[in-house]
Design a protein around this ligand. Structure first.
Ligand code: CO
Length: 504
């Protein structure tokens, strides 16, 4: 590489490092706010976050960064870059263009609106007052539409929003994927509901002490290969994982005394996100490639551990005795009863409480509604009726009020349109990865049955984790499984699992 290009590259790398340092600092501040920061300091803390975020935005949209990017993209210079640097240039360019297309004043207005709208949503949900929230939601939709125009419409307007969370994903693709999923899952759910073999869940309705739950959660994290030298487990109202750098990936959970597995599955879920971030190759540290490649792929890793492994029969064959030991006299049932009792399927109103199967229908409903908003011109006033009709159609139930219906999720109030599909994509990617793993890893399920989970973590690290954002989601799926994303893997996985549990 020429000396001039070398200098440009090192200036570019320094700027990326600076952006990443802001991200890390903000990550610590957010983590602290959500895990027990003193209340009296919160307002001042919020201001500090505002100032640091504005500074970070300035660096990421600076003309200097634009010039460095252009220089590195020039013919001759680009060819000399390593694979990592090329990808870093492409990725930074994408983010840069997105950010500079929004006038700072418009963005500022939007940040204020989004925060007001989220507060209003919280109030509206509590008081079942959709009418009070509706004008805010209309404004958030209108700003989002302005952003779509500024960013440039792709095949459809909604495609622009999908691409933020799942790079390369389109409405055309998702219509096919979700259509196939819906057409097969709706009858499967009906067959399950009609089965005379409904699992017994009465033994789950007890009080389970928090200390033993915590101890068991820590034990399972250890079994998964979560590195406590590079992380920690805390408590928060909503469980989350935050990857500050591969040497510091923190997770949280929430203990419920009336539910023996809620904190555990929450911990395994966030632990799955954390394993991904702890095992990214060191060469990507201090770059913006040092994170998951998309929301959908990230979610595939948490859901793989939580559902495919954590809710499997072999897992409980190994670990149910360990759980019983921690709650003496309380779980006097067989492994089969425990396994089936923790894998019931039941159409319900609330997404975050849904089972592995109907969860996907909750997502498809939100996807179809977001499409109606951005491609079909639906207004905020249309949403409650649309919501209720779709719940009736796909899940056979309608919410008794908006608080348990259209108001249940925070996402839309803060403008996170296009995010919901990630959850179901995560389920689909997870099932497809699991299929490859079963074929490549000799005796995968007997390893789980023995509690030998490290070969599974190592396989994921080698095939998925280490690449961070170096491969796009579609490149990654193709490289790991030899095929593009195919919803049939999830349908087959769910069919097999519930045919056994419900004796269909
Ligand atoms: Co998650």
């Amino acid at each position: 590489m020429s000396e001039a290009n070398g200098t440009v590259l090192s200036q570019f790398r320094d700027t990326v490092h600076k952006i990443k340092s802001y991200e890390e600092a903000l990550g610590v501040l957010y983590w602290d706010l959500r895990t027990g920061a003193p209340r009296n300091g919160m307002d001042t803390r919020s201001e500090s976050i505002g100032i640091l975020s504005a500074d970070m935005f300035k660096v990421s949209t600076s003309p200097e960064l634009g010039e460095l990017l252009s220089a590195l993209e020039e013919k001759g210079a680009y060819e000399e870059l390593s694979e990592i640097d090329r990808r870093l240039v492409t990725e930074t360019r994408k983010e840069y263009d997105r950010s500079v297309k929004i006038p700072p004043k418009l963005y500022q207005e939007y940040v204020v609106l989004a925060s007001q709208s989220e507060n209003k949503w919280e109030e509206a949900k509590e008081n079942n007052d959709y009418a009070g929230f509706q004008p805010y939601l209309d404004k958030v939709i209108s700003y989002t539409n302005q952003f779509i125009d500024l960013w440039g419409v792709k095949e459809t307007r909604y495609d622009v929003l999908l691409d933020q969370y799942e790079p390369g994903m389109t409405v055309t693709q998702l219509d096919g994927i979700f259509g196939g999923l819906r057409d097969q899952l709706v009858p499967l759910a009906a067959a399950i509901a009609a089965s005379p073999h409904q699992p017994d869940t009465s033994f789950l309705r007890q009080t389970f002490g928090k200390p033993a739950q915590k101890e068991f959660s820590l034990f399972i994290l250890q079994q998964m290969g979560y590195n406590f030298e590079a992380g920690r487990l805390d408590e928060s109202a909503h469980p989350f994982a935050t990857g500050l750098n591969p040497g510091d990936v923190r997770i949280t959970t929430r203990y419920l005394e009336n539910d023996v597995t809620s904190a555990l599955f929450g911990t395994i879920h966030e632990g799955g996100h954390a394993l991904y971030e702890q095992n990214i190759m060191p060469e990507l540290t201090n770059t913006t490639l040092c994170t998951g490649t998309s929301m959908g792929i990230h979610e595939s890793q948490s859901r793989f551990w939580e559902n495919v492994i954590g809710r499997s029969r072999p897992f409980w064959e190994r670990y149910f005795g360990e759980l019983q030991k921690r709650f003496p006299g309380q779980l006097d049932v067989s492994v089969d009863q425990f396994y089936r009792g923790n894998n019931t399927v039941q159409p319900s109103l609330i997404r975050i409480e849904a089972d592995e199967l109907t969860y996907n229908l909750h997502i498809i409903i939100r996807y179809e509604m977001e499409k109606l908003i951005f491609n079909g011109g639906a207004k905020a006033s249309d949403l409650p009726a649309l919501w209720n009709d779709k719940y009736k159609e796909y899940l056979g139930i309608a919410p008794p009020n908006d608080a348990e219906g259209v108001l249940q999720d925070v996402h839309w109030s803060g403008g996170a349109f296009g995010y919901f599909p990630s959850y179901s994509l995560g389920n689909m990617y997870a099932a497809q990865f699991a299929d490859t793993m079963e074929r490549e890893l000799n005796g995968m399920w007997s390893l789980v049955g023995k509690g030998d989970l490290h070969p599974i973590k190592d396989w994921l690290a080698e095939r998925i984790y280490k690449y961070g954002k170096l491969r796009t989601p579609s490149e990654l799926v193709l490289a790991v499984t030899g095929k593009p994303l195919d919803p049939q893997y999830l349908v087959d996985y769910l069919t097999k699992k519930y045919t056994d549990i419900y004796k269909l």
